[in-house]
Ligand binder design. Structure first.
Ligand code: PLP
Length: 432
């Protein structure tokens, strides 16, 4: 079994032309919209006329350019609808507030982005009376046992940040649905690779800041789900988009809309480079984690769930054992070898590196970090596709050697297209 390929749905999406026939859609830059008859305005406020009838009220409520990007996201995810937000956190918070009220309960993976964790662990219980039990999302019995009568949703990242475990979406959906709850999946790490709703999830959220943008120049998010769910977020009285105001700028929507058509090429490039480096690191005995490696605990599951055309994702981790070695490695890679940048975030065309335990996962309690396997020396690398593979491998190898991690004298053929064309492997670091 292989997963859904969203490419044809994206290709067949109606193309929005510009106002003057431009091949790119125009940007609706207005924050407010006229009505031709005074009676239309109260009808819109009563919910009798809406965007489906071409009646637009106010930019925080609805913007046609943002909506068109939402249509692309819905095609990407295979959902009835989607709408976009000013950030990934805006998308996640709006979704949680839409699905939960005071007294409700969430079962969430403990290996989630630190901001998501802090929202559930610190903010929601205190400010909204919504509690979360964090579990190892790969332990399906633990998920089942954590469900209560008040559990409204199970929350997981498709591939977890930064531990790179793959969520068994069909099984998790079954557990959630049996308990009358919904499954929400953050698909930030695997756009195009996984289609969570086709696998049983109810709602997909994205930080489009990452791979979908690909250029680390905008902050953006999206929520994808049923028509009714997305419309409910815009409700004038109860909608979390309308009332919390995580509104996407239409200029950002236009920018991102132009990047969706080449997301497939970019995801494949990230995945190809990440797999090649992971295989070489693994072969050299470095403590590397990447779900494309055959011995990764979720490799077979990932193969079953993913669309095979876009690789295994652009993120790998190297466990350097301790924070000092991790910091030395990142510093050398940035400042001496120009391999990449010490920066949070991911999905950039160049490589981004951070030590998760002391940065994007620092919000986790020490216990949860421990349980999730986020050690102080864990370096997360979002692998870019600039430069040549041989050049990047050489830089990585030299930096690792300099930190004292033996990489062996591993040489590879430079034949074009050779993904892992090893020619000789001499495990004798003194030769370097
Ligand atoms: N989800 C994941 C998996 C992330 O890595 C991030 C990172 O920031 C977010 C959500 C939050 O997205 P944003 O920074 O766009 O608000």
């Amino acid at each position: 079994m292989t997963g859904r390929n969203p490419i044809s749905a994206l290709a067949h999406l109606r193309h929005e032309f510009g106002e003057h026939g431009g091949v790119n859609m125009s940007i609706e830059a207005s924050s407010t919209f006229t009505v031709m008859e005074p009676g239309t305005m109260p009808e819109m406020f009563q919910g009798l006329k809406g965007h489906d009838a071409g009646c637009y009220l106010y930019g925080r409520h609805f913007n046609p350019t943002v909506y068109n990007l939402g249509r692309q996201l819905a095609a990407l995810e295979g959902t009835e609808a989607a709408y976009c937000t000013a950030s990934g956190m805006g998308a996640i918070a709006s979704t949680l507030f839409a699905l939960c009220k005071a007294g409700d309960h969430i079962v969430a993976s403990r290996a989630v982005y630190g901001g998501t964790y802090a929202l559930m662990h610190d903010f929601l219980p205190e400010k909204a009376g919504i509690t979360t039990t964090f579990v190892d999302i790969t332990d399906l019995d633990a998920v089942r046992n954590a469900m209560t009568d008040n559990t409204r949703l199970v929350y997981a990242e498709s591939v977890s940040n930064p531990t790179l475990r793959v969520a068994d979406i069909p099984q998790l959906a079954g557990i959630a649905h049996d308990a009358g709850a919904q499954l929400v999946v953050d698909n930030t790490f695997t756009p195009l690779i996984l289609s969570p709703v086709a696998l049983g999830a109810d709602v997909v959220v994205h930080s489009m800041t990452k791979f979908i943008s690909g250029m680390s120049d905008v902050i953006a998010g999206a929520v994808c789900g049923s028509n009714d769910f997305i419309e409910s977020l815009m409700d004038l009285h109860t909608g979390s988009f309308m009332l919390l105001g995580p509104t996407m700028d239409p200029n950002v929507a236009s920018t991102l809309s132009l990047r969706i058509p080449h997301l497939s090429t970019r995801m494949a490039a990230h995945g190809e480079r990440a797999l090649a480096l992971a295989e070489r690191l693994d072969e050299a005995g470095v403590n590397v984690c990447y779900p494309g490696l055959a011995h990764h605990p979720d490799h077979l599951l990932f193969d079953e769930l993913r669309c095979p055309d876009h690789g295994y994702g652009g993120v790998l981790t190297i466990d350097m054992g301790d924070l000092e070695s991790a910091n030395r490695l990142m510093s050398l890679l940035q400042n001496k070898y120009r391999f990449g940048f010490m920066a949070v975030s991911l999905g950039y065309f160049d490589t981004l590196m951070s030590c998760s335990g002391s940065s994007t996962s620092s919000e986790l309690t020490d216990e949860d970090k421990n349980e999730a396997g986020i050690s102080p020396g864990l370096v997360r690398m979002s692998i870019g596709y600039t430069g040549t593979l041989e050049q990047r491998w050489q830089e990585l190898r030299d930096a690792l050697e300099e930190v004292g991690t033996s990489v062996g004298q591993t040489r590879y053929s430079e034949e074009p297209g050779a993904r892992s064309g090893k020619t000789t492997t001499l495990r004798n670091s003194s030769n370097l």
